[in-house]
Design a protein around this ligand. Structure first.
Ligand code: SF4
Ligand code: SF4
Length: 374
């Protein structure tokens, strides 16, 4: 028997025959429906799978995808990006963040632009890499600009845990962690968002458990299936949702049983709770203020909080998007990228006018990339 290779772990989940098999199953179940159903995939990772593998084209006409707000880069409002820009421009600061964040334009420019102006901006794959940067630059303040949904919050908490326990004085935090269920609730309160069911991101539930979606079937009467990111996972999840409608059920189900249970990762949750608490509100780009939609550092860790320490430099005035950008409607599932008048012309990955085109997980970037426009 040969050595196990990485591709052995996912090939089966991309098997065209299995995908086609699910497409047939969905088609059969969908014949029993009295009206069409709109399924919102909350997460940009799912949007990419759907676009990359052409899954919408495999579904019958009465099953539609709506793309949701689940990308932390897409929903970052300009004023928070401006915070990062201003902090990066301080002479004694090294600003550290994750991947795509570096390219998103705020009102002053992106972190990439700040870098071109001489700022020291670095991106890391893991927040813990910040420790090495701090050690190598003891005379600098290292500010970790933390982003992400429930998936990445424990990694920021783990960094904070080391910083606090080892009394490292030159690492500070600017916290922008947001939470998925509150954003979903906001969408459901908007009559123009025609969502019938949700496809929930599996990685969020690996940390928080499937329990975070309990209220959606019970209170809002919207089924949720927590699904994985491979095309077979997505198609199986869709078949589970369609079957619920065909059988007139409304439940929370888990497709991604490989790693998701009801409670989630209790250790990670405890670590989060030690350092973070709910912020009374967090402004999501395109969605507006979401009560309890984000996290903040607990007051006892204010000494590590860049927002507190640099309060005088960091304004909170709200900054709107480019007037032609419809990211807001896209993040709410009310519009698709081709409906934007500057999609693919003035706005493309090389010259993004809005965050959905910048983040590689954004819906506009996915339509651009997989719509053969590259
Ligand atoms: S970071 Fe990507 S994969 Fe994770 S929730 Fe956001 S869009 Fe989904
Ligand atoms: S194409 Fe660009 S400008 Fe239009 S909605 Fe998408 S990101 Fe915004």
């Amino acid at each position: 028997m040969g050595e196990l290779q990485l591709k052995d772990l996912y090939t089966g989940f991309r098997d065209p025959e299995v995908i086609q098999g699910y497409a047939k199953l969905i088609e059969e179940e969908a014949k029993k429906l009295s009206s069409p159903i709109n399924i919102m995939e909350v997460c940009g990772g799912h949007t990419h799978t759907i676009m990359k593998y052409g899954l919408q084209q495999l579904l019958p006409e009465n099953i539609n995808f709506l793309h949701g707000p689940g990308c932390p880069v897409c929903i970052m409002p300009k004023e928070r990006i401006d915070h990062a820009y201003i902090l990066a421009m301080q002479e004694d600061v090294i600003l550290v963040t994750l991947g795509d964040m570096i390219k998103v334009p705020g009102s002053k420019g992106s972190l990439q632009d700040a870098r071109a102006q001489g700022a020291d901006v670095r991106f890391v794959y893991s927040p813990l890499d910040t420790l090495k940067i701090a050690k190598e630059n003891p005379e600098k303040k290292i500010i970790f600009f933390a982003i992400g949904f429930e998936t990445t919050t424990p990694m920021s908490a783990a960094l904070l845990d080391v910083v606090v326990k080892q009394n490292i004085s030159n690492i500070l935090f600017h916290i922008n962690h947001v939470t998925v269920p509150e954003a979903m609730e906001l969408l459901l309160a908007d009559d123009e968002c025609k969502i019938d069911a949700f496809l929930g991101p599996s990685h969020v539930s690996v940390i928080s458990g499937s329990q975070i979606y309990d209220k959606f079937p019970s209170e809002y009467k919207k089924p949720v299936v927590v699904g994985g990111f491979e095309p077979v996972d997505v198609m199986e999840s869709i078949s589970m949702i369609v079957r619920q409608f065909a059988q007139k059920r409304c439940e929370l189900e888990v497709q991604y049983k490989r790693a998701v249970n009801t409670e989630g990762n209790l250790k990670a949750q405890t670590l989060n709770e030690n350092y973070f608490e709910k912020a009374p509100h967090f402004r999501f780009r395109g969605l507006g203020d979401i009560p309890n939609g984000g996290l903040k550092l607990r007051d006892e860790y204010s000494a590590y909080n860049a927002e507190v320490l640099y309060e005088e430099l960091l304004k909170s005035e709200l900054i709107d998007d480019h007037k032609l950008c419809i990211c807001g409607d896209i993040l709410k599932g009310k519009a698709t990228p081709p409906q934007c008048s500057i999609f693919g012309t003035a706005c493309k990955p090389s010259t993004p006018m809005g965050s959905c085109m910048v983040s590689s997980e954004g819906a506009c970037a996915a339509y651009y990339k997989y719509g053969n426009l590259l």
